[in-house]
Design a protein around this ligand. Structure first.
Ligand code: WTA
Length: 662
C-alpha cells in the first residue's frame, strides 16, 4: 500500500478550493479554535461536548480504555437518551416547535411538534411495557420512513431496550438472520409501504421471515397502506397487534429512567467480508455525545432556525445518527420523506426543499449523480435559496458531482461537507467544518476536532504528504462501536488485528494525503486494483470517467488478467442525450482515451461497457462484487441485496455482445 503509484494522482490534480464566505464564517458554530481546544486536552474536550446533554448522574471518568478495544466513555454517568432527544426540549419551553415535517410519498403530510413527539414516544414506550419489554431486551423494527419508525426507536431508547432496525427492503431471509442473531422478542412493522407510487407489502415479508422463528412473541403492525392492500395482510391471532389499537390506547405519561452511559442503545447489522452480517453494537452516552456534537458543528445547525433534511433511511446508520439521535438531541426541525426521489416526478426533493425552506440538506453521491443524469433544468425550476449547507456521505464523491452539487443545488455558495464515517464509527469522523475549512471537491480533508485519523503503510508508519495507504483511527472516540453482538473475537479480528501492536482501528478504506496533508478517501481497500504491479483505485478511474461530459455514472472493477494481474473493467451509464446519439464503439474509444489522458495509459480500462443501470444495494452502494463476477465470466453471486435484481441479467447480456478490447 505504501508504494507510490502514478495512477493515484488523478484525484490530486483537483486544485480548486472554496473557502467559506466571511459572513458564513462569522456566524458558524465551529470556529478554528475548536481544533486547538481539542488538541490541548482531548478528554476535557469531549467532557465539554458531553455537557450538551442532560445527565441524571455525572460521570466520574471521561474514558476508560484499560480493556481496549472495549471502550467505556463517561464512566459512572447516567442519562436517558430519549429524554435528551425529546422531553428536555418540551421542558425548556419548545414544545410547540415542529420536530418533524413528515411528507408521505402519495402527498399526505404530518407536522409533529416536540410536545406531540413526547406523547407519541411515551405511548409507544407504555405499549412496549404492556407487552413485557424490559431494559436489555431487543426489539426489531422493519419500517419504511414513517413517523412511527422514529417513535419506536425512541420508545426503545426510553426503556433501555435495544432496537435492531432492519432496512425495509431486506428480504425475509435477511430479516430472519438479524432477528435470530439478536434474539428479538418483538417486531414492529407495517402492513405495507408506498414506493414509486404503488402499495407494496411489508407485513407479508415479516410473516415469511418469522416462520419457525423462536424468539419473537409479538408483531406490532402500523396501518399505512390500509385498504390499498386489503385482503393481502394475513393475521396471526395472539401474536399480531395493530399499532393504532395497542399504542392508541396507552397513556401519554411515562417517566423515563436514567441508564448507565454504557447501557446498550442499539444493534445495527452491516455486511462484512463474509456472508454473515455483523451486529454492530452502540451504547448510550458517548454515542449521543458525538452524534449531537457532529450534527451541531459539521452542519452548523441552529436550533429553532434551520430546517434540516437528511435523505437517508432509518434502516442505515446515517438514519440512526443523523435523522434520529443527533438532530433530535439538538432540537432540530427536520423533514422526513417517505418515498423515492422521482415519485411522482424528478423534482420531488426540490419541491420539498422549496416548500419547507430546507436550509441543510444531507445526501449521498449516488443520488447527486442521479440528479445530474436527470439534468440541471429540473432543480432550476424550484426556489432553493433557503439552502445554506450541503452534505455528502457514503462513498467518495467525485469532483464533478461535487461541483455540480455546489453549482446547481448550492447556488455556487453553500459549503459542502463531505463526511467520512462508518456504521462502526457511529458518527462523523473526517469532514470539513463549513465555517472554517477551504473545501476541496472530492476530499473529506481532516479529522474533526477530538478525532484522530492517520494514513499509514503496511508497516503502520504514517505516510508523508502525497503518499497513500490505509486509513486507521489511532485513538478511541466516544461513538465508537463497543463490539460485534455476541462475537467479541470477530470484533477484535475484524478491526483490531491488522495493527494490533499499535492499537489502531483499521477502517478498511484506502486513503491518501495531498500536498497540504488533507485526506482523500479512495474507496475500500478491497476495491483497489493491481494492474501490472501498479495500484489503481477504482474510485479514481470512476472519477476520471465521470469527468467526461457524456458520462453520468461509472463503476469500475479489477478483473483477473493473465498478463497484467488485473485488468480494469468499467461499467458506464451515459447522460440522457449522449446515450441516444453516440455510437457504442465510438463512445467507448473516446472514454478509454479520456481515462488514459486523465490518469495515464496504465489506467486505460481494458473494457468499457455501456449500461442502462448499475447493480446497487437498496442503500445505493454499487455492488462491485457482482460486476467482478460478470467481468471475470463467473456465474453472478448472491443478488438478494440488490434493489433491482434484473439489472445483472441485462449487464451480463450486454457484456457478452459488446466486448471492446484493443
Ligand atoms: C464509505 C456510512 C468516502 C467508506 C456512513 C466507509 C465514504 C463506508 C464516505 C462505510 C465518504 C462513507 N467518502 N467514503 N464521505 N462515507 N464512505 O457503514 O468506504 O454504510 O468505510 O456507513 O462507506 O459505510 P457505512
Amino acid at each position: 500500500m505504501t508504494e507510490q503509484s502514478p495512477g493515484l494522482d488523478n484525484l490530486l490534480n483537483e486544485v480548486r478550493t472554496f473557502p467559506p464566505s466571511t459572513d458564513f464564517a462569522a456566524q458558524a458554530n465551529a470556529k478554528p479554535e475548536l481544533y486547538d481546544e481539542a488538541d490541548a486536552d482531548r478528554e476535557q474536550f469531549w467532557a465539554k461536548q458531553a455537557e450538551r446533554l442532560d445527565w441524571d448522574t455525572p460521570w466520574t471518568q471521561v474514558l476508560d480504555w484499560t480493556d481496549a478495544p472495549f471502550a467505556k466513555w463517561f464512566v459512572g454517568g447516567k442519562l436517558n437518551v430519549a429524554y435528551n432527544c425529546v422531553d428536555r426540549h418540551v421542558d425548556s419551553g419548545h414544545g410547540d416547535q415542529v420536530a418533524i415535517h413528515w411528507v408521505g410519498e402519495p402527498g399526505d403530510t404530518r407536522d409533529i411538534t416536540y410536545a406531540q413527539l413526547k406523547d407519541e414516544v411515551s405511548k409507544t414506550a407504555n405499549a412496549l411495557l404492556s407487552l413485557g419489554a424490559k431494559a436489555g431486551d431487543v426489539v426489531a423494527i422493519q419500517l419504511q420512513m414513517i413517523p412511527e419508525a422514529i417513535f419506536a426507536m425512541l420508545a426503545c431508547a426510553r426503556l433501555g431496550v435495544l432496537h435492531n432496525v432492519v432496512f425495509g427492503g431486506f428480504s425475509p431471509h435477511a430479516l430472519r438472520a438479524r432477528v435470530d442473531d439478536a434474539a428479538a422478542k418483538i417486531i414492529i412493522t407495517s402492513d405495507g409501504q408506498y414506493r414509486r407510487g404503488k402499495a407494496a407489502p411489508m407485513k407479508a415479508n415479516v410473516d415469511e421471515a418469522l416462520e419457525g422463528a423462536e424468539t419473537v412473541e409479538k408483531v406490532i403492525v402500523v396501518r399505512r397502506t390500509g385498504s390499498d392492500l386489503e385482503g393481502e395482510v394475513s393475521w396471526t391471532e395472539g401474536r399480531d397487534l395493530w399499532w393504532h389499537e395497542l399504542v392508541g390506547g396507552q397513556s401519554a405519561e411515562h417517566t423515563p429512567e436514567a441508564f448507565d452511559a454504557e447501557h446498550p442503545l442499539f444493534i445495527l447489522y452491516t455486511s462484512g467480508t463474509t456472508g454473515k452480517p455483523k451486529g454492530i453494537l452502540h451504547t448510550s452516552g458517548g454515542y449521543l455525545t458525538q452524534a449531537a456534537y457532529t450534527h451541531h458543528n459539521v452542519f452548523d445547525h441552529k436550533a429553532g432556525e434551520d430546517v434540516y433534511w437528511c435523505t437517508a433511511d432509518v434502516g442505515w446508520i446515517t438514519g440512526h445518527s443523523y435523522i434520529v439521535y443527533g438532530p433530535l438531541a439538538n432540537r432540530a426541525t427536520q423533514v422526513v420523506y417517505e418515498g423515492t426521489p422521482n415519485t411522482p416526478h424528478e423534482g420531488r426533493h426540490w419541491e420539498i426543499i422549496q416548500k419547507y425552506k430546507v436550509s441543510i440538506y444531507y445526501t449521498a453521491p449516488t443520488l447527486i449523480r442521479t440528479f445530474m443524469k436527470w439534468g440541471a433544468e429540473i432543480p432550476e425550476k424550484y426556489d432553493l435559496t433557503s439552502l445554506r449547507v450541503l452534505g455528502s456521505v457514503g462513498e467518495p464523491i467525485n469532483p464533478e458531482a461535487w461541483i455540480w452539487y455546489r453549482e446547481h443545488i448550492g447556488a455556487g455558495k453553500a459549503p459542502i461537507v463531505d463526511t467520512w464515517w462508518q456504521t462502526e464509527t457511529g458518527a462523523i469522523m473526517i469532514s470539513p467544518l463549513p465555517g472554517v475549512t477551504s473545501t476541496k471537491p472530492g476530499s473529506a480533508q481532516r479529522a474533526l476536532p477530538g478525532i484522530s485519523a492517520k494514513v499509514v503503510g503496511d508497516d503502520a508508519k504514517e505516510v508523508g504528504n502525497g503518499g497513500g495507504g490505509l486509513l486507521v483511527l489511532d485513538k478511541p472516540w466516544p461513538s465508537m462501536l463497543r463490539g460485534i453482538w455476541g462475537d467479541n473475537d470477530r470484533y477484535r479480528e475484524t478491526y483490531w488485528s491488522r495493527f494490533a501492536d499499535q492499537g489502531f482501528y483499521f477502517a478498511g478504506d484506502g486513503a491518501k494525503y495531498d500536498a497540504d496533508g488533507d485526506i482523500w478517501l479512495l474507496g475500500r481497500v478491497d476495491d483497489v486494483m493491481n494492474v501490472s504491479g501498479h495500484r489503481i483505485s477504482t474510485t479514481e478511474v470512476e472519477s476520471a470517467l465521470v469527468s467526461h461530459p457524456t458520462v453520468a455514472e461509472a463503476a469500475v472493477v479489477g478483473a483477473a488478467d493473465a498478463t497484467t494481474g488485473q485488468g480494469i473493467v468499467a461499467f458506464v451509464i451515459l447522460r440522457g442525450n449522449a446515450g441516444a446519439s453516440a455510437s457504442g464503439e465510438e463512445a467507448v474509444q473516446a472514454l478509454r482515451n479520456h481515462v488514459a489522458k486523465e490518469i495515464g495509459p496504465i489506467a486505460k480500462p481494458r473494457q468499457i461497457l455501456i449500461v442502462q443501470e448499475l447493480p446497487k444495494t437498496r442503500s445505493g452502494k454499487i455492488m462491485r462484487r457482482l460486476l467482478r463476477d460478470v467481468a471475470e465470466n463467473r456465474q453472478v453471486g448472491d443478488v438478494t441485496t440488490l434493489a433491482d435484481s434484473s439489472v445483472m441479467d441485462l449487464i451480463s447480456a450486454g457484456l457478452n455482445s459488446g466486448k471492446s478490447e484493443d
